[in-house]
Design a protein around this ligand. Structure first.
Ligand code: HEM
Length: 163
């Protein structure tokens, strides 16, 4: 006899599931860019030369249009570097999302048991002096002709995680 829907192993999506997923997206998508923007402005306020460069770039791009559009974003190379540098120093998701090991693994000299909870400290990676020169300094120019970007598997800079 065929199982009815309540006995089925498949997850039954309810309104509560949908509401939870939507809430998850709102929480993940509102706080993170807001935190990034606040830190970017704070860092620029502390570094007037960088602020001036960012302002000049935006003003020359906006021209008489009055406002920026999404198409302009790729032209704003300095602003993109400012955002990257801000995410390096102040990643909103400091420890990413928790992970659990699925088997016995070795990281450096450490043997890690299966089912161990792992937190990846991207805040510390972003300030690691073995990776970054003057790691505590806000220097957007460090990304000029630097292949490290946010979208690929560059483990030096993981504000969005590695997936
Ligand atoms: C500066 C902007 C953002 C940063 C730094 C950021 C960072 C992150 C990080 C670190 C994670 C965990 C990834 C992991 O552990 O592998 C994550 C997950 C997630 N983010 Fe973002 N995020 C940003 C913007 C957004 C926006 C705008 C949205 C949606 C509109 C969003 C939706 C999500 C969702 C749904 C997840 C969970 C994915 C999953 O369940 O695996 N994020 N984000």
């Amino acid at each position: 006899m065929e199982k009815d829907q309540t006995q089925n192993d498949a997850i039954q999506l309810t309104t509560d599931h949908i509401k939870t997923i939507l809430m998850d997206i709102f929480i993940a998508g509102i706080d993170t860019p807001a935190i990034n923007m606040i830190w970017a402005v704070a860092e620029l306020a502390r570094k007037p030369t960088a602020m001036k460069k960012a302002q000049n770039e935006i003003r020359s791009c906006v021209g008489k249009k009055g406002k920026l559009t999404e198409n302009d974003v790729s032209k704003l190379t300095y602003l993109n570097m400012v955002i990257k540098e801000t995410l390096r120093l102040h990643p909103p998701g400091v420890l990413l999302l928790p992970r659990e090991t699925m088997s016995q693994i070795k990281i450096g000299d450490y043997d890690i048991n299966p089912k161990t909870r792992i937190a990846v400290n991207v805040w510390a990676i972003g300030r690691d002096p073995d990776i970054w020169d003057n790691p505590e300094e806000f220097i957007p120019e460090r990304f000029i002709e630097n292949p490290i970007d946010l979208k690929r598997q560059h483990f030096e800079l993981l504000p969005f995680g590695g997936g």
